[in-house]
Design a protein around this ligand. Structure first.
Ligand code: ATP
Length: 242
């Protein structure tokens, strides 16, 4: 077991009755790496991610996340990661400051820490003029950038992003990825699912799930070579058709 890695996964499996949603997947993710977790709808990505963030018990296999065992130390896993999904991001009926206070509290930060980190976040995002507005009134792209920043309030070692840019325009997606790069450059490990193949090109390494298994895993450049493809989109289509 390599506990030096940010994420270490060995034969991780999840069954729902007779159906195997995640079928003995194995991989490792290094510190500060941007790891893309791809797959068609229903391939098993969300099910796998839920096991890695400690909210779903695996049927079998093993996984260490941020140095903790997802089987026996799920609470420690949760405390040491950040999580952001398109579906569960911030509360629309709370202001930016109220959301930061709420999530900062959940992440176990003190009031002083919450205040200073919220101020930092507001400055970094340049959103002084809207801090007292309800989050629901902000454009989707702003909400997603804000949700990403809030997921990082407690300075987790790893952040899990589940389709973070779904429905967001290309310019905002590019800005979002600049935030991801900056964070990875500072040493945070990024685990990200996406349906946008241009975003797959931005990852250090990409895994592609097909029917619960990881069918390909490498750098985008190597995957294109391996599949004799011009783009990650072509790699994805070749695997999906297989
Ligand atoms: P998407 O991109 O659509 O989110 P996904 O790759 O995340 O897809 P999962 O949501 O992990 O896929 O689903 C994988 C398979 O497991 C699907 O066939 C789904 O119907 C099934 N599944 C997921 N959760 C359950 C559950 N609680 N009970 C039974 N089957 C489930």
């Amino acid at each position: 077991m390599n506990t030096d890695k940010s994420i270490w996964v060995k034969d991780l499996t999840k069954k729902f009755g007779d159906f195997t949603a995640v079928d003995a997947i194995s991989f490792e993710v290094g510190k500060g790496e941007i790891f893309g977790f791809l797959g068609a709808n229903g391939a098993g990505k969300t099910t796998a991610m839920k096991m890695l963030i400690g909210i779903s018990k695996p049927t079998s296999g093993a996984a260490m996340v941020a140095g903790y065992d997802v089987f026996h130390q799920a609470d420690l896993v949760k405390q040491n990661i950040g999580y952001m999904s398109q579906k569960f991001a911030l509360y629309d009926d709370l202001t930016i400051k109220e959301n930061a206070r709420f999530f900062g509290g959940i992440y176990g930060l003190t009031n002083t820490e919450i205040k200073s980190k919220t101020q930092q976040l507001i400055t970094d995002l340049g959103i002084q003029e809207v801090v007292n507005q309800n989050v629901g009134s902000l454009p989707l792209g702003w909400k997603q950038k804000l949700a990403f920043s809030v997921a990082l309030l407690h300075e987790p070692k790893i952040v899990f992003l589940d389709e973070p840019t779904g429905g967001v325009d290309p310019i905002t997606r590019r800005q979002f990825w600049e935030m991801i790069y900056k964070q990875a450059h500072n040493g945070t490990t990024i685990f990200v699912t996406t349906h946008y193949m241009d975003e797959a090109e931005y990852c250090d390494r990409v895994s592609i799930m097909v029917d619960g298994r990881i069918d390909a895993l490498d750098t985008p450049a190597q995957l294109k070579k391996q599949f004799d493809a011009e783009s990650m989109n072509e790699v994805f289509l070749k695997l999906a058709r297989k």
